[in-house]
Design a protein around this ligand. Structure first.
Ligand SMILES: *Cc1c(COP(=O)(O)O)cnc(C)c1O
Length: 381
């Protein structure tokens, strides 16, 4: 695996975000192995592939064999279509009011599959198909809400829809989806309730293919798999089974160089608000990463980084462009400006950083900053 040259080589003071496309492909294969041969693995590349860059990630997934992609909105879908000509693209939002008709034209032009979430969308979509006198109907997916209470037909709306056969006539139902609220909590009773409701909804469709599981849902067992799973997080290295060892490969590495070192002593403080007070001699390293880069401010006095194998805690507040690390544990002479510090990597993964920040790794990835030098390794470079 040789690093390819980035478009603009990172400048020495720039933090470098390395994204391993081979690890994403390996994670795709790992998830695929957990599914039966008749179950497809769709991949979710919304939000710029969870912050990692859809333009590079999606082709790597297609090269690994993925044929079904999911995005949230129309803009993401048209961008993806320009990247990949011959894959299925599902759009979670579907064509949205008040311009269902205009959106529908774009779905047509870019060969996108809308996921319709309410009866009005189904009606408008069906009307369009009838206007175009399409005998076979348009390929369409539907979402039924089984407990998220976020998007999708309510169970009663869905039952009504299924009972009125003419409503489904002008669309060709190619996938019925629902979304789990607690897939990362295997013991939660809502999982079994959502599974039962989804099965009941699916039974009303006369054998439409079903899709219920996200990344964590894949690990709930084969009864959650149906015809297609929809994985995002696990592909990008987020642990789909919190509390158990992460079965996925690490995808992201973030490292930066030390800008400056200083010695301080009690009663000096560090950073805005003087929230960290030295209780004795301390050596402080300043790193050019801050909340403007998505290094969340909640990591103030909570986050940590690694210098070689040694944990170095964030002291003081995270500011816009900088963090300060207590590197007192490293003997003088063994650390100097220009040395690299690992912020995310093998010693300190995205889930670890997320826990320190009081959030989830999904948020860590999707807020990764635009100032980082980005280096892609692996893939079909
Ligand atoms: C984001 C999303 C997914 C992917 O979930 P992960 O936990 O990232 O695997 C699947 N389905 C829907 C409806 C989503 O919104």
């Amino acid at each position: 695996m040789t690093p390819e040259p980035p478009a603009d080589p990172p400048s020495p003071d720039q933090a470098v975000l390395t994204i391993d496309l081979d690890a994403i492909a390996a994670n795709y294969r790992t998830l695929l192995q957990r599914l039966s041969p008749s179950c497809a693995l769709g991949t979710v590349v919304k939000a710029d592939a969870y912050g990692l860059g859809m333009a590079r990630v999606a082709p790597a997934l297609a090269a690994a064999g993925c044929k079904h992609f999911f995005v949230a909105d129309l803009g993401e879908a048209t961008a993806l279509r320009r990247i990949l000509a011959n894959v299925e693209i599902f759009v979670f939002n579907g064509p949205v009011a008040p311009s269902v008709k205009e959106a529908a034209a774009a779905f047509d032009e870019y060969r996108l599959i809308p996921i319709l979430n309410e009866p009005q969308q189904v009606e408008a979509w069906g009307d369009l198909a009838r206007h175009q006198a399409r005998r076979e109907g348009r390929e369409t997916a539907l979402q039924v809400d089984t407990g998220m209470n976020r998007l999708g037909h309510s169970l009663s709306d869905f039952e009504r829809l299924a009972a009125e056969a003419h409503r489904l006539e002008s669309i060709r139902l190619c996938l019925l989806i629902s979304h789990l609220a607690c897939a990362d909590l295997p013991e939660h009773p809502l999982n079994a309730r959502q599974l039962a409701d989804f099965k009941a909804a699916l039974a009303l469709t006369r054998r439409a293919p079903g899709s219920l599981a996200n990344s964590s849902g894949i690990f709930l067992g084969p009864e959650y798999h149906f015809a297609m799973a929809r994985a995002g997080a696990a592909l990008y290295g987020i642990n789909p089974v919190p509390g158990a060892p992460n079965p996925m490969r690490r995808v992201v590495r973030l490292e930066s160089r030390i800008l400056q070192l200083r010695e301080i002593d009690s009663p000096m403080t560090v950073g805005y608000g003087a929230t960290y007070r030295a209780t004795g001699p301390r050596r402080i390293a300043t790193i050019a990463v801050g909340y403007a880069d998505g290094y969340l401010r909640s990591l103030s006095n909570e986050g940590s980084a690694f210098f070689a194998n040694i944990r170095v805690p964030v002291v003081g507040r995270v500011s816009m462009d900088y963090i300060t690390l207590d590197v007192s544990g490293i003997p003088a002479g063994h650390i100097r400006p220009g040395d690299r510090v690992e912020l995310i990597g093998e010693h300190h993964g995205i889930d670890d950083l997320a826990e320190e920040a009081g959030t989830i790794a999904y948020e860590i990835l999707t807020t990764l900053g635009s100032r980082y030098g980005r280096v892609y390794v692996g893939g079909s470079a």
